[in-house]
Design a protein around this ligand. Structure first.
Ligand SMILES: [Zn+2]
Length: 311
């Protein structure tokens, strides 16, 4: 006869069996490294429960100027798959991969996107003593069209590294691609409200070229496509003049950049601060851009609210 006392005594034992099998499964998970937070979210969505993911540059971090730590090198060494953006976004990653002596496969998520090459004749890209003309803009994740390419590359990389997970990765990717379709519709509908003459925007670094091309906005930035070089006084002066001359309505802060530059441009030109855009990193979990989908939605909403005249 099993008494109540027996049942209670057995309960912890019964609980420990699924806990143990979860532990075993955790050890079986495919170790994967993603270079920065936006990519980490995409990889997590496709990898799901089958992977153990480490992300090197975390929320609100600047991957242009990151210094990898010894623990990053260990994570890369142990990884079976390393997912990077490519397009020279993470200038430090090739050396990190080499020095870690990893046997993991490397997948560039942006491989195959239609890239933007910085235009020689664009005044926004001529920064006095240095020019970005001819360089490829690495911020390809900033359009949903490109995000689909990222998902296809991540899915292929995961299946190659873990063929047994094929069905799971395919199913996760299909579900996520459907979310991207819905996101794209939502962004287009939001941004369609902005009048043609208000479609120019100032940010501190040039991270929104793909967003602008995809959704019909012009982004102008005193700093180039990397945050490595400071904007010169001449660049800043020229942007302030342009804001006044073209009556550009709003200047936006960026989560990864020092706000002082954008604030100064707003103050001296009379433009308002339109809010904070998430360019090269997600927010932390409690912020408004904790996932790629939320980041894109937040940016589109923030831009639309700042540039749509109030009735
Ligand atoms: Zn950037």
């Amino acid at each position: 006869m099993i008494t109540r006392r027996h049942v209670l005594a057995l309960a912890p034992l019964a609980l420990s069996i699924p806990a143990l099998s979860r532990l075993a499964r955790a050890q079986d998970r495919l170790p994967v490294v993603a270079s920065f937070s936006i990519l980490g979210d995409l990889v997590a969505n496709i990898g799901g429960e089958r992977i153990a993911l480490s992300t090197l540059v975390g929320p609100n971090g600047d991957a242009h100027v990151y210094s990898p730590s010894p623990s990053d090198a260990r994570k890369v060494k142990e990884a079976r798959l390393i997912v990077t953006n490519g397009l020279k976004f993470e200038g430090w990653i090739a050396r990190l991969i080499r020095s870690s002596a990893t046997n993991g496969a490397v997948v560039e998520a942006a491989r195959g996107v239609k890239t933007i090459v910085v235009d020689e004749n664009s005044p926004a890209h001529d920064h006095g003593d240095h020019s970005h003309a001819g360089e490829t803009d690495p911020h390809a994740w900033q359009s949903v069209v490109n995000a689909r390419v990222y998902i296809a590359n991540i899915r292929a990389g995961l299946i190659a590294a873990d063929p047994a997970g094929n069905d799971s990765y395919e199913a996760n990717a299909s579900a996520y691609l459907a979310k991207l379709d819905a996101l794209e519709q939502e962004i287009m509908a939001l941004l369609a409200k902005i009048p043609a003459e208000r479609r120019r925007i100032i940010t501190s670094h040039d991270a929104f070229g793909y967003f602008g091309d995809a959704y019909g906005l012009a982004f102008i930035a005193p700093q180039g496509i990397s945050t490595e070089a400071q904007a010169s006084a001449r660049d800043v002066g020229r942007i302030i003049q342009q804001v006044r001359k073209d009556r550009i309505a709003a200047v936006f802060l960026e989560n990864i950049s020092d706000a002082r530059l954008a604030r100064r441009i707003a103050e001296e030109s009379g433009a308002k601060i339109g809010g904070t855009l998430y360019s090269d990193a997600l927010s932390d979990a409690s912020g408004p851009a904790a996932t790629y989908l939320d980041m894109m939605r937040h940016n589109a909403r923030t831009i639309t609210e700042a540039l749509t005249p109030r009735p």
